[in-house]
Design a protein around this ligand. Structure first.
Ligand code: SAH
Length: 239
């Protein structure tokens, strides 16, 4: 079986620096997205910007796994820090993903995805370990990640940009082990689970999901999201 790694980001900035690194790239359009196929440091890859939110992420993931037969997926991007000690500039690798806005109570327990019997979807242990190792290497080399801490744990997703202290306090109270909040990861996780394909998710913390989140986010995405994403993914591929 051929292996083809899908590399996905939600926003232009999250994949922009990877695009010029592709050798022999060609672009195919499907479902309104541009899928860039090529080789990255000798590996067969397909790079795509999926758009923001769970539906955009799910659509793109399904196309990658079905139409393009990607054998594994790595999602790279930014997220809001929730866990104590998860600061702007830190890196979070997801061990599991949960949709914080899923609520079909009283028919199903809070956060459980109806008819799947689960709320949390585990990331692949092998890919997660590679992403953790790559992030440590980056921080040790002081490349962008100056003094950054690397965290590994629960990442929660929902169709909300969490930008008030009140809302992030609520999430922390309800899901005390959540390290970060974003808008795509749990959708990617559910689709990969349905297809039985491994995935890893790595997020650089752009903001603290509080009242300052909007300003922090804009600055961070422009300045550091692109090189961080590029260097972590390349370092993980080399392991
Ligand atoms: N493009 C818009 C909105 C970005 S939405 C803007 O420029 O304002 C935020 C994106 O970054 C999503 O893809 C999400 O996954 C991630 N993200 C970063 N911080 C987040 C937070 N505090 N809450 C939710 N998602 C966040």
């Amino acid at each position: 079986m051929t292996t083809r790694l899908a590399i996905v980001g939600a926003m232009h900035e999250e994949i922009a620096a990877l695009r010029p690194c592709l050798d022999g790239a060609r672009t195919e359009r499907r479902a309104g997205r541009e899928f860039h196929l090529g080789r990255l440091d000798g590996h067969d890859v397909i790079l795509v910007r999926c758009g923001i939110g769970k539906v955009a992420a799910a659509t793109t993931t399904a196309v990658l796994l079905d139409a393009f037969d990607a054998s594994a997926l790595v999602f790279t991007g930014v997220a809001g820090g929730l866990g104590e000690g998860v600061r702007v500039g830190d890196i979070v690798v997801a061990s599991a993903l949960l949709q914080h806005d899923m609520n079909a109570e009283p028919l199903f327990p809070r956060w459980e995805v109806p008819l799947t019997g689960r709320a949390r979807f585990d990331a692949d242990a092998g890919w997660s370990a590679r992403l953790v190792q790559a992030s440590h290497a980056l921080a040790a080399a002081n490349l962008h990640a100056h003094g950054a801490a690397i965290h590994h744990g629960l990442v929660v997703s929902g169709d909300r940009f969490v930008a008030t202290r009140a809302e992030s306090d609520q999430l922390r109270a309800a899901l005390s082990d959540a390290l970060a909040v974003e808008m795509e990861g749990a959708a990617v996780a559910q689709v990969c689970h349905d297809f039985g394909r491994p995935f890893g998710i790595v997020r650089t913390i752009s903001d603290r999901a509080d009242d300052a989140a909007h300003g922090d986010f804009q600055r961070f995405v422009c300045d550091v999201a692109a090189p961080y994403s590029r260097d972590i993914v390349r370092a993980a591929l080399a392991l």
